[in-house]
Ligand binder design. Structure first.
Ligand code: ADP
Ligand code: ASP
Ligand code: MG
Length: 425
């Protein structure tokens, strides 16, 4: 059993959906296919949630109209006027409309009830298209099988409950392709949940683990895993093979190519992951598997934009030692903020976090009760794995570095954001 995952970029327009079909038909190997929402739909749905929360009817109506127009435009190109898929899509649009009137105040709960619509729409439309094109495609609502807890927006999988349900529902008959939604799940009580932004890769890995898949293929708009994000680094080169270990480190430090939770379920069962291009599908892409170590000699660059640096100082000139550190870490956990880098001295504890507007503000309020707090915004964190002196010099050239750290394989620089390209080695 091979599992395919197609992300939003691959299905951002009707040509993308057609290309997906061509890849599926010509390779004829996928038993299960996991799909994200079309294009940037999830971002638009996030805005919709904010408008609902603020009771802003005008902004809500405008945004909903754009979401609908976008999906109608894709359907118009792929289906005739009377196709029943239009009714299915209309039903989801109605649910979005109703969310404005029937919302609950709990933001994260509301978010998940709305956000799941992106994947439900895309999979319904693509499934209908594939069936019209002669592919035997079965649509599955993953919320009934991928059972999670109710930590909305970051729901955790209940593997014990999920396993038998997935085994039961995801048995593909010969020639059948099962199409389902990435990124979302459901609670036992039947509410929708989501696994964290960009979580469709993780869904593919969960299903692969339970179904003992022979491989997972993630189709991207890049040739594979490169040694840097080509949007920010010039001269990025493809990595042929990397270990699970290296892939996990890369995603941990913020490489946007794979969701960080994807690797564990695959590593645990030794299932290889192939990242390859939907633009040049015949090219081999990158293989991620059990090799022990990174076998390449290229430095790997990872850029994490939108960082904030917070310095936490005692009000009474007392040391920031273990007990206080554990209190501070307790606050990071409470606000569900991940520390990307830290440094401490006797009277100063400094951390770099993602600039998550609501969470960081709430954290600062809590910290200020006991500490003096200073912060810098608009920063970026550059991590270099397998560095050498030459690449570190070129990164720092002309940039003001606020914090720097090095270990044997990894160097990190927190610096002011800039739109300038970083030159590769
Ligand atoms: P999806 O359509 O699956 O959601 P994404 O847009 O999330 O795809 O991921 C693909 C993008 O990831 C690429 O267009 C590229 O800009 C970015 N990216 C970041 N780091 C890397 C890397 N190391 N190698 C390749 N692409 C990367
Ligand atoms: N559609 C979701 C997102 O944009 C999940 C994904 O694409 O993986 O975050
Ligand atoms: Mg994505």
């Amino acid at each position: 059993m091979v599992i395919y995952k197609f992300g939003g970029a691959s299905v951002k327009n009707p040509e993308g959906v057609e290309n997906l079909k061509n890849i599926l038909v010509s390779r004829n190997e996928a038993g299960v296919m996991v799909l994200s929402a079309f294009g940037k739909t999830t971002n638009q749905l996030e805005e919709l949630v904010q408008h609902i929360h603020r009771h802003d009817r005008q902004a809500f109506d405008d945004r909903l109209r754009q979401i609908k127009d976008y999906h109608w435009q894709i359907m118009d190109a792929l289906f005739d006027e009377k196709d029943p898929v239009r009714e299915v899509a209309g039903g989801y649009f109605l649910q979005l409309q109703e969310a404005f009137d029937h919302h609950r105040e709990d933001y994260d709960f509301l978010y998940d009830q709305v956000i799941c619509t992106g994947e439900l729409l895309s999979t319904s439309i693509v499934s209908a298209y594939l069936n019209r094109a002669g592919v035997n495609c079965r649509w599955v609502d993953v919320r009934n099988c991928l059972i999670t807890d109710d930590l909305y927006r970051e729901a955790r999988v209940d593997w014990l409950q999920t396993q038998p349900l997935v085994e039961d529902v995801f048995q593909a008959a010969p020639g059948e392709v099962i199409l389902t939604q990435g990124f979302i799940g459901g609670t036992r009580a039947g509410w929708s949940t989501s696994l964290g932004r960009e979580g469709s890769d993780y869904t593919a890995a969960i299903l692969a683990n339970i179904l003992n898949a022979s491989q997972v293929v993630i189709w991207k708009d890049v040739p594979g895993v490169l040694n840097a994000d080509p949007r920010f680094f010039s001269g990025a080169e493809k990595l042929e093979k990397i270990s699970y270990h290296e892939a996990l480190e890369l995603s941990y430090y913020g490489a946007k190519i794979i969701h960080p939770k994807t690797i564990k379920p695959l590593q645990n069962k030794g299932i290889p992951l192939n990242v390859r291009s939907f633009i040049e599908p015949e090219q081999p892409g990158t293989w991620i598997s059990t090799q022990e170590a990174y076998d390449g000699d290229k430095p790997i660059y990872i850029l994490k934009p939108r960082q904030v640096l917070i310095s936490i100082l005692p009000k009474d000139f007392s040391f920031v030692v273990e007990e206080r550190l554990s209190k501070i870490y307790g606050l990071f956990a409470k606000h569900r903020l991940q520390v990307n880098m830290m440094q401490n001295s006797a009277l100063n504890f400094t951390v770099c976090l993602d600039e998550h507007p609501r969470k960081v503000e709430q954290l600062m309020e809590d910290l200020k009760k006991e500490f003096r707090v200073l912060y810098n915004k608009n920063l970026q964190l550059i991590t270099v794995r397998h560095y050498n002196d030459k690449v570190l010099d070129s990164i720092q050239q002309g940039r003001s570095v606020l914090v720097e750290q090095r270990s044997r394989h990894t160097a990190q620089f927190l610096m002011e954001s800039s739109d300038r390209y970083i030159e590769g080695s």
